[in-house]
Design a protein around this ligand. Sequence first.
Ligand code: FES
Ligand SMILES: [Fe+2]
Length: 330
Amino acid sequence: MISDRSQSPFPSVPASWFHLCGSEALNRGPVSIELGGRTFVGYRPQSGRAVVLSGRCSHLGAQLGNGAVCGERLVCPLHGWEYGPDGGCEKIPAADVIPDFARQNSYPTEERGGHVFFFNRRQARFALPFFKGLTPDQLLPAKPFELIADAPWYFVGANGFDVQHFRMAHDRTLLGPPEVSSPSPFARRVVATFAVTGHSFQDRLTRRLAGPHVTMDVTVWCGSLILVRAEFQRTTSYGIFNVLPIDAHRTLGRVIVWVKRSNSVLGRGLFDPLNAAIHRFFIQTFLRSDLPRIAGLHYQPEHLIDADGILSDYFDWLEKVSEPLPTENT
Ligand code: FES
Ligand SMILES: [Fe+2]
């Protein structure tokens, strides 16, 4: 029986960084996204630095994502009110006086490795994270892919801390106890080594090409950004799993897989894109096997047993860190 999901202690969307789009998409015009019933719009002013504002026009609520960029401003498609990068309305075609309410919220925005991220509160509570010890120019991203999970957002990051599921869902057998830590109050990390024990074509190929063991290093930032480093004997893959809550039951995952760039020109032109595409294929297959297994999950902390201890601690941490902030007028 499905319990009352409204009893979940988690907000509909955590206060955190979210993926908006690839940087190139923003070069073509405004891009909007909806998170938990709130719309955000990104655009690139002429001066170049990406901007994210609340997406519903302060006049009558038109979608600014359907508007146009004019110089530094984003222009509403309905009556042409023009907003600057700080969200202030700078021009109303039909009036000389601009009322106080004529303003959008503006949100912290960063571009990293060809992707645009924003924090869904007026001030970021922590800096946009990246893989420890690496800069984006050392890595090559593959084309992102998307997955839809029929589960609330807080189960997606939890999947990495659900060490018991790796055997059933991924044919990975745990070797030794996982190490859990908090590299920041806003992040939770688990590192565990597994044997690749499956008999599928992918697993046989993985053992042969990459090696028989993998150390998974998973860091979840406030439930919305999951940074994964999977280190095999002969190769390492990097993934950023962007968690985008659709509603109380469904979550969009947008995954960017990265590989280390080679030092040679030939490697960069030929080998790296192929390597990135291969890693992307394997990771996509790996993650897809979670989807039918996590479909319909609901939060029942009283049903977690001792063997779920790491998962249970993860939920306790997430509950504390994802407290809803005061309602903002968007
Ligand atoms: S709704 Fe945007 S200008 Fe009127
Ligand atoms: Fe999984």
